[in-house]
Design a protein around this ligand. Structure first.
Ligand code: KG4
Ligand code: ZN
Length: 345
């Protein structure tokens, strides 16, 4: 009895993370600690995440990160009720490191284990930060995912749209690479776009107006490359204008897709006067995209919830929180639950 205390572990990409999440006396979720080691420097020289390097770095860092999460929460393992670990989707080597570590702790301590879907972690984050009630709409825009998800309840997710090629963050990263802006691409493109003319280059708005809710960004990326070749050699002003034009095209596409999703949500839930849309993923940091999304939400009568950025990007607290909801619902997993590199919500 008492309030459950969940240890959450995240190792699906290039963040080694662990956190302790529980509830306070009134039942509100509380993040007791949230420790993240970013491997970004380990991969910088390679221009992207190298799976083998990531797996080794997780293996080296994870024990220390788990200890640090326990220390920061002021507890030891005897106070933990349950261990949750990201078990997919993601890079298989990292997933194995996180899952095996979590299962070893659970086995050694006789604790229940929960295999968390990474996307569920993102999808439930607004309940951790803003105590959002079900149902709500979710836009997940990261380096690996671009999805519109209807969150009806715990374990009840409907994917309404996804990307048929590149993820949005990936499109930013590839644009940065093409324009030699360095990495991580998203923030570099946004910085370069500041003061640039978003109307200077006429770039396409792929999928705009389509009834399906899917995304596509590879055509946009190709159009940026062609515009760059045509305008070469590029001055700093050219690069700024191109980045601003690209960013505006992305924001337009997001707004168009979301307006359609809002209408569909309204059709399904005509009784909810002011529904909520939540955003997560690293691209949620982008001011232009956030603004356009906020504009679109307001126009459709939705409230936009954007968790603090450190909880929008990969972290252990979101996994611990998903574990908490699952634990409370009695949804524990067997210790031989396998990891899955692909695992749709
Ligand atoms: O959620 P995240 O930290 O990691 C995963 O992909 O899981 O997202 C990282 C992605 C990268 O592609 C990065 O370039 C992009 O988010 N990103 C941004 C910005 N900050 C990060 N994209 C556009 N504008 C930004 N300010
Ligand atoms: Zn993620």
């Amino acid at each position: 009895f008492g309030t459950p205390v969940i240890l959450g572990i995240e190792t699906s990409c290039d963040e080694t993370a662990a956190a302790i999440v529980t509830r306070d006396a009134s039942g509100m979720p509380v993040i007791r600690s949230n420790i993240i080691y970013s491997q970004i420097d380990d991969h910088a020289a390679f221009g992207g995440v190298v799976p083998e390097i990531a797996a080794r770095a997780h293996a080296e860092a994870l024990d220390g990160i788990v200890s640090a999460a326990l220390d920061a929460a002021g507890i030891d393992l005897s106070a933990v009720s349950c261990v949750a670990a990201t078990s997919g989707p993601g890079l298989i080597g990292g997933l194995i490191v996180g899952s095996v570590t979590a299962r070893a702790i659970a086995h050694g301590r006789g604790l229940p284990f929960i295999a968390v879907n990474h996307l569920e972690g993102h999808a439930l984050t607004p309940r951790l930060t803003d105590a959002l009630a079900y149902p709500y709409l979710m836009l997940l825009v990261s380096g690996g995912h671009t999805q519109i998800v209807l969150v009806r309840g715990l374990g009840a997710y409907e994917r309404w749209g996804t990307t048929i090629d590149d993820a949005l963050g990936e499109a930013f990263d590839k644009t940065a690479k093409l324009l030699e802006l360095g990495s991580p691409g998203g923030p570099k493109v946004e910085a370069a776009a500041r003061g640039g003319d978003p109307k200077r280059f006429a770039l396409p708005r792929p999928t705009r107006g389509e009834t399906r809710l899917d995304f596509s960004f590879s055509g946009l990326k190709t159009a940026v490359r062609q515009a760059a070749l045509k305008a070469a050699p590029l001055s700093a002003v050219d690069v700024g204008d191109l980045c601003a034009s690209f960013q505006m095209a992305c924001a337009d596409v997001i707004a168009d897709r979301m307006m359609r999703a809002f209408a569909r949500f309204r059709a399904e839930y005509s009784d909810i006067a002011v529904p909520t849309v939540a955003v997560a993923g690293g691209v949620a940091a982008n001011e232009t995209i956030r603004q356009r999304l906020d504009e679109a939400a307001r126009k459709a009568g939705f409230t936009l919830v954007a968790p603090p950025l450190r909880l929008c990007t990969d972290n252990g607290a979101m996994i611990a929180y998903a574990g908490l909801e699952r634990f409370e619902a009695g949804l524990v997993d067997r210790l031989d639950t396998p990891v899955r590199s692909r695992w749709p919500l």
